[in-house]
Structure formats: structure tokens, C-alpha cells
Design a protein around this ligand. Sequence first.
Ligand code: NDP
Ligand code: 2IT
Length: 450
Amino acid sequence: MEYTINHPYLNDLMQKVIAKNPSEPEFYQAVHEVLQSIEPILDQHPELIEKQILDRLVEPERQIMFRVAWVDDSGKIQVNRGFRVQFNSAIGPYKGGIRLHPSVNLGVLKFLGFEQVFKNSLTGLPMGGAKGGSDFDPKGKSDNEVMAFCQSFMRELYRHIGPDLDVPAGDIGTGAREVGFMFGQYKKIANEFTGVLTGKGLSFGGSLARTEATGYGLCYFTNCMLAKKGTSFEGKTVVVSGAGNVAIYATEKAQQLGAKVVALCDSTGYIYDKDGIKLDVVKDIKEVRRARISEYVKAVPTAEYHDGRKGIWTIPCDIALPCATQNELDLDDAKALVANGVKFVAEGANMPTTPEAIAYFQSNNIYYAPGKASNAGGVATSGLEMAQNSMRYSWTFEEVDAKLKGIMEGIFKAADETATKIGHEDNLVMGANIAGLLKVANAMLAQGCI
Ligand code: NDP
Ligand code: 2IT
């Protein structure tokens, strides 16, 4: 992929990012998307260039890398690499998840941290952007091994985070179990009980509806897109990729709103259930037994399982919700979806659609939403968890869910109105990037040379 941009200043900055950050293609992809989309506002906002706002935005404030040594069940010492990229704290404490997956490296976490800055700004809550993680693979590990890893990870990370400094949370491979182990270790070392992590268990400061928030929020956002086009989820066929936290609760809300979700996948294969996914079966496989999605057809023999996850995008649908991982939907997948009649694509994962696939959707009049807008419900509800922890109070499920819905509608409105204002109606990539950027830029300008 060539990361060129027509505008000379933006192109020069993009080439500097590539030269300064060798072998980080995901980071280039995320930066390129943002820089390319803000050209229409550069004349009205000369300060973005004159005050080096853009040059500062692409440089993380702090990057931490550390050794994570832990003892496995056979008594052998294992070594992983831990990271925290504290990208931008202009509008609030650093905030963002922890990813545990063998594919994690600095470039992946820089792309995620960069995206998080704009996403968190869009939520309207006071949160800066960060991301962390490790190349540790929780798959196939015992609870004891996962705990040993999480404790070792936190033995270093604790000195870099805090409830008013940096508040990590879940992401791929990090759910309630891992957050619980990390929280316990932080509490022990720091000798304090604070809301230093979000996504905690409900009995120790977690927020109701945080588990559901990303998937539910994605559907609230998609509902705004559908409403703008005079329609709704009712009677629509939906394909959701992934079978993790985001995918499961996106499926649940889409079903509640009257849609039929016919497919899910994990990294090994996909299931197709023409009668509609039975979510209790999926929850049992994924949340209770931590097994493979292929198990679904044992419980539902009328459904199909296919090896390889790519085939999921060949299933005809009205709405596609990619909820697994970055670059999981490429140009060939986009062509198959469009040929089969897809009309709406909204991202639950971070950067799941390749640039070529996004361009194909946009030129074929498919209404497309980027993850930094449509998946912001998770971090928004993390922000609500922080607020509840500060108040030493907890809201009901209905209260949190109503606030989440209001925030997602607010993000849609901001992205939609911004896109229209710059003469690119329905381009939610431009709308989200520009709306997210301007708030952070204003805060950076007000705070001087930071
Ligand atoms: P989970 O770990 O719960 O689930 C991840 C799912 O995606 C699994 O089905 C997994 O399959 C699949 N997957 C992961 N990596 C790959 C890969 N390299 N190739 C193919 N499939 C893969 O994670 P989440 O549901 O929390 O996260 C999913 C996406 O949503 C990520 O992009 C994350 O950054 C994003 N996100 C998450 C939020 C949250 O609150 N959790 C908030 C906003 C965005 P397998 O089990 O086979 O690995
Ligand atoms: O990508 C994301 O927004 C998340 N993984 C959620 C981060 C958070 O702090 O809740």
C-alpha cells in the first residue's frame, strides 16, 4: 500500500511518520486515514499546521515496553513483552484497553492508541487515548497461568497507571477474568482501592452494562444510520464477524431490535444459521467453556460450520458488522458483500476494513461507519464506570444503558453534521475524524507547547 496524500504538508508528515516508525504498517494505515480525511478543514484551521498540532498528534506522549516473566504450570519460566502506549492526554487521563494476543507488537498498539484519541474525544467524556497489551496468548492457558501472567504484567505496569493518570480496560483476550487478576495485583502493590481499571467485576466497582456496551453501542449507532435512510433493524439480515465480547452483544442487541443475525466466526471458521443464531448456545461455548465456534453445530445440527473465517463475507446480508480484528475485511470481501446486496457496514472492531474495501463501499453508495465512531460505546461506558467509581455510587443497568444510547446518538450526530458541513454528506470517516480531532486540537492549543 502506498501512503501518499495529495496535500504537500500532509504528505510530508506522512512520509516522516513512516521514516520514524519502521515496520509499523497498521500505524501508517491509521495515520494515513486521518491525515487524508482532514484536508477540507485545513484552510479554516491554519493553526493545525502553524502550531504543529498534527506533527504532535502523530507522536505518542510516552511509550513503555517491559519484560513479563511468569511461571507456567510445568514450572518453566515464560517470557513475554508488555507495552503501554500513552498517546495523548490533552482532554483527560489516558484511557484504553489491554490486548493480549500473539500478534501484538508496538505498531499494532500505536495504531490502536492513535485511534483511541479520536474515539474518546467523540464520546464527549474527558478521556485521553492509550492502548496496551502483550504478545501473551491466553488460548489454551489454565486459569492459574493467566493469573501468573496478569500479576507479572501488573507488577511493572502499576507504576505507570492510576485513576487520574491512565485507566486500562479490556480488549481482545482481556475480559472480566484478566481485569480481575490485574486489579487485584494493582490493589495489593499500590495499597489503594481505586477505579484504576474499568471492566471490573460488578462486586468490586464494575459498571452494569459495561460487558454489553460495545456491541449494544454499535447497534445504537447503526440504528441512527438506518433511521437516516428511513429504515430500521426490523426484518433485516445481519452478518457479524467474531464471536467475542463485541460480536456477542452486537448480536444480542440486533436481535432485540428485530433483525436476524445469521453468521458469526472465530479465527478458525464461521457458522451459518439461516434460522438465526441461538445466542445462549454461543454464550455457553465462548463465555463459559472458552471453546471454538465450530461446537455450535453440535448443539444446532441445522446450522453449517465452514473452516476458514473469510467465507463469512460471502453470505448475503443487508447489514455487515465486522467485530473481530483489524484488516479482516478486504477488497474481495467488500465486492462479495456489495454483489450480495449489503447496504450498511458498521465497524465493531478497530480498523477491520482495509482502505481499499472502505473506498469500494463508499464508491458503491454503501453507508459505512468507522470503528472509532461506531464502537465507542465500550470506552464511553468505561468513562461512566470511572464516574461511578469517583462518586462511590452505582447506576442501574437501565440508567447506564440510557446514557450509552444518548452518547452513541451524540456521536452519530457530531459525525453526520460535520460531514454535511464540509460538503461530504454521509462520509462518516471524514465526519468522525474531523469532529474528534478539533476537540483535542483546541485543548492542545489552550495548553501551549505540550
Ligand atoms: P474478544 O477477545 O472477546 O474476541 C475477539 C474475537 O475476534 C474472537 O472471536 C477471535 O477469535 C477473533 N479474532 C481475534 N483476533 C483475530 C485474528 N487475528 N484473526 C481472526 N480472528 C480474530 O475481543 P473483543 O470482542 O473485545 O474485541 C473485538 C474487536 O473489537 C477488537 O478489534 C477490539 O479492539 C474491538 N473493540 C473492543 C472493545 C471492548 O470493549 N471489548 C471496545 C471497542 C472495540 P479467536 O477466539 O479464534 O481468536
Ligand atoms: O478499543 C476500545 O475502545 C476498547 N478496547 C475499550 C477501551 C476501554 O477503555 O474501555
